[in-house]
Design a protein around this ligand. Structure first.
Ligand code: SAH
Length: 353
């Protein structure tokens, strides 16, 4: 049977007002409703005690909750915690909580799996299962805030979990507006970083948004040849065009674009690479975030030695660029960059149907 009820968490505040008006309900109740769902993470209408009993019943007859449910959590010995979420259709995704980078950070997914097929990334090897909806993307934050008791705490959000945010553009942007709403979690764009493989039309669109998060671009190479080999879906675009799009990207006062660069021994970590990287980024407000490969079986590359990583970092820094080396977090529980993977997707049972 077709499910006619819509998920209440898929609506932005103004959409909720329209929905309520269509039901003959005063639109100002939308704010109360939005606060219960998006700020307090409630998953039933009964508990919305500032709404009348009859309105709660009416809402329950009209809408449902399809909030992602935590089906497993694992804590790393470095304090990083990985959450397995089961979606309403039984598909699964992962999110990560990093308590101290130095601020608290949530790393969330925008897709179940990923279609980008980056050759060093385990999520890429799974392929795309499906896009997440805006409610599911925002839902990871809602649930984690509730479960970890962080309602009034400051934290950062990075879209660096499973998926390519610009490949699921509309849902991603909608989820960010939902999270930013003052009646919701009020997380401003300044505290959100969107990491992308750099899909050009998506980047251009993002540049024209009113609500622009911090940008991190997964560069990973200094020549088209190497980049095309590492990121097969980038084959239709040139590095020069990606850099141009970044040059045109609106950057807030004193902010910079982060360029992520996964270091793969013997592939992109040579002196020539370091010099080319410096040249590519020289006239941009850029910072470089080097990510020594998180190795895993099935990934046909190896991590350079710490000495090699430092040498590369110093070469790039000597050009005047700001350089950091990303500390790998939660590797023991496979929560580190590129290690989010669900091996057993099909056999997972739905929890909340
Ligand atoms: N689709 C987005 C988010 C990916 S995850 C993007 O491509 O930016 C965030 C970062 O982790 C990306 O820069 C990604 O390339 C990197 N990454 C993926 N696999 C990795 C691995 N095995 N080791 C280190 N970093 C990895």
């Amino acid at each position: 049977m077709r499910e006619a009820k819509q998920d209440i968490a898929e609506f932005e505040l103004n959409e909720l007002e329209t929905e309520l008006a269509a039901l003959g309900v005063q639109p100002f109740h939308a704010r109360q409703l939005y606060r219960w769902v998006h700020n307090r993470g409630l998953e039933h209408f009964e508990g919305m005690t500032d709404l009348s009993q009859s309105l709660r019943v009416q809402l329950n007859q009209t809408f449902k909750f399809s909030t992602p449910q935590i089906s497993a959590r694992r804590i790393s010995n470095d304090g990083t915690e990985k959450f397995l979420f089961t979606l309403a259709d039984g598909k699964t995704i992962e999110s990560v909580f990093i308590p101290d980078t130095p601020a608290m950070t949530f790393c969330i997914s925008t897709q179940a799996g990923c279609a980008m097929r980056c050759r060093f990334c385990l999520t890429g090897q799974m392929g795309l299962t499906r896009h997440l909806t805006a409610g599911e993307i925002a839902g990871q934050v809602r649930v984690l805030v509730r479960e970890l008791g962080l309602q009034n705490r400051r934290f950062n959000l990075v879209l660096m979990g499973m998926g390519e945010p610009l490949h699921n553009y509309d849902a991603t942007m909608k989820s960010l507006r939902m999270i930013a709403a003052p009646e919701g979690l009020a997380i401003t764009p300044r505290r959100v970083t969107l990491s992308t493989v750099g899909i050009l039309p998506g980047l251009k669109r993002l540049a024209s948004e009113r609500w622009v998060p911090n940008l991190a671009v997964s560069l990973h190479a200094t020549t088209d040849k190497v980049r095309h080999a590492l990121i097969p879906t980038s084959r239709n675009q040139r590095l020069a065009d990606l850099i141009d799009a970044c040059r045109e990207f609106p950057i807030k006062h004193r902010e910079r674009i982060t360029f992520e660069y996964v270091l793969l021994a013997g592939v992109n970590d040579t002196t020539a690479d370091a010099n080319r990287l410096a040249t590519l980024l020289q006239d941009l407000r850029a910072k470089v975030n080097l990510i020594p490969l998180n190795e895993a079986s099935g990934i046909p590359f190896s991590r350079p030695s710490n000495q090699q990583v430092n040498r590369f970092a110093q070469l790039v820094a000597s050009s005047g660029l700001v350089v950091s080396v990303r500390k790998s977090r939660g590797r023991d529980i496979r929560a580190a960059c590129g290690q989010l993977i669900i091996k057993d997707d099909c056999s997972t049972q739905p929890l909340n149907n």
